[in-house]
Design a protein. Structure first.
Length: 404
């Protein structure tokens, strides 16, 4: 980890009204010691738990609490734009629910809504509040909005009970931010090319042979690579493209042959190429020009093989380029995946087994095993596709970082 990762970083520290607010003093001191420029915003109720004077002294900046203060207006938009990141620690259940709902009745919430930078939260609440379904719902919602949630700790709580819900310690919060900013540089200057989604092979003007790939895994990989500083191009089959914050360059294609040509055109300049598309192996040799009419009992369609994009690029790659593929297997998974890696000259293959519930095509989660060429397989737990994407990038950098 780079310990200079926070040097010069502009951080808005938002403090809400929880007992854990006393830890915000130590947190401010740590962030400042790491070289960060910290401006503190408090919700009005946070000032009942810790004095703004303590925090303004430690942060060396005036603390702000209200949109209107002594006849002047605090410019929340400017504050949101100034920051490299916003950290809300502690985050109460109340502010969490306001964030999830998009409410805006104090300065902290107004800055949150205006911020274009990454936002981190360190929740702090009693165990029952932490496990309440509404807390879970609100956390899922802000997480889907892109907020990064720093895991809570286990231990003594303000209620006197012991359990889950303690705010992470200031050292852990600082380490979390350091890791994020260090990772933010890990693919800087690199060009990444990703295939994603299905291909549709026309039978006639209205029908096609396709598959259920959602493109989510490839798009999650693209988003994670952008967050690490890479320039990313996605060659995307016919799926709905969700709004992403970072927005990679997207080249839309329909068929495997179109995907092949688009990959060919961008392959030469790419450092890392990930084949996450579910490409149809065959296509109808002669798609009908008009809609096929029902006649007789049988319809014979002659299929011809599509180009194997990963295999062909595997032949063309130079010694610096990394190619990574996926394998979806139903039996003897590890062996089949290794064979595929060799046949396509891949540097790494990511295996998802159809035997694992929640893994694969249409779900938002995936359970993978990563096999780097010449190394032993690494098995991972069932996770969201964006968390899986982080694991894949971490593994790529760990095994091949020195080649990049
Ligand atoms: O051979 P199989 O389809 O199982 O291989 C899967 C891997 O190869 C995936 O990474 C997929 O994106 C890639 N592939 C490809 N072109 C094809 C078929 C598969 O790039 N025609």
């Amino acid at each position: 980890m780079s310990y200079a990762a926070l040097s010069g970083k502009k951080i808005i520290l938002g403090i809400t009204g929880s007992i854990a607010a006393y830890k915000a003093a130590a947190l401010t001191r740590l962030l400042v010691r790491e070289g960060a420029v910290v401006k503190v915003i408090m919700t009005p109720s946070a000032t009942n738990f810790i004095s703004p004077l303590t925090l303004s002294t430690l942060s060396r900046h005036e603390v702000q609490t209200q949109v209107m203060e002594e006849g002047s207006w605090n410019n929340h938009v400017a504050l949101g734009l100034w920051a490299d990141c916003m950290l809300i620690a502690p985050l109460t259940a109340n502010t969490l629910s306001s964030m999830a709902a998009g409410a805006c009745d104090n300065l902290l919430l107004a800055v949150y809504l205006s911020a274009r930078c990454p936002v981190f939260v360190a929740p702090a609440m009693d165990e029952d509040m932490w496990h309440h379904p509404s807390t879970n719902r609100n956390l899922s919602r802000i997480s889907a909005d892109g907020v990064k949630i720093i895991p809570v700790g286990h231990g003594e709580l303000a209620s006197g009970l012991t359990g889950e819900g303690r705010m992470a310690e200031p050292e852990d919060i600082t380490a979390f931010l350091q890791q994020f900013f260090a990772e933010g540089q890990s693919l800087k200057g690199k060009k990444v090319l990703i295939t994603a989604g299905p291909t549709y092979e026309p039978l006639d003007p209205v029908r096609f042979i396709g598959n259920r790939s959602s493109g989510k895994m490839g798009l999650s990989l693209a988003e994670a690579a952008m967050a690490r500083g890479a320039a990313v191009t996605v060659v995307l089959g016919p799926v709905h493209l969700p709004e992403t914050k970072s927005g990679p360059e997207v080249i839309r294609v329909g068929t495997a042959v179109e995907m092949f040509h688009a990959v060919e055109a961008h392959f030469g300049e790419a450092d890392i190429i990930i084949f996450a598309a579910a490409v149809a192996d065959y296509r109808p040799e002669m798609p009908a020009e008009q809609k096929i009419k029902r006649k007789g009992d049988e319809l014979m369609v002659r299929l011809v093989p599509n180009p194997d994009i990963a295999a062909q690029m595997g032949q063309r790659k130079n010694y610096r380029q990394l190619t990574i593929g996926f394998a979806l297997e139903t039996e003897n998974e590890l062996q089949h995946a290794r064979d595929k890696m060799a046949k396509k000259n891949l540097d790494m293959i990511v295996l998802n087994s159809l035997r694992d519930p929640g893994a694969g095509f249409e779900s938002d989660t995936n359970k993978i095993t990563i096999i780097p060429a010449g190394n032993k397989a690494e098995e991972y737990q069932l996770k969201s596709k964006s968390a899986v994407a982080e694991d894949i990038w971490n593994s790529i950098l760990q095994h091949f970082g020195d080649r990049l």
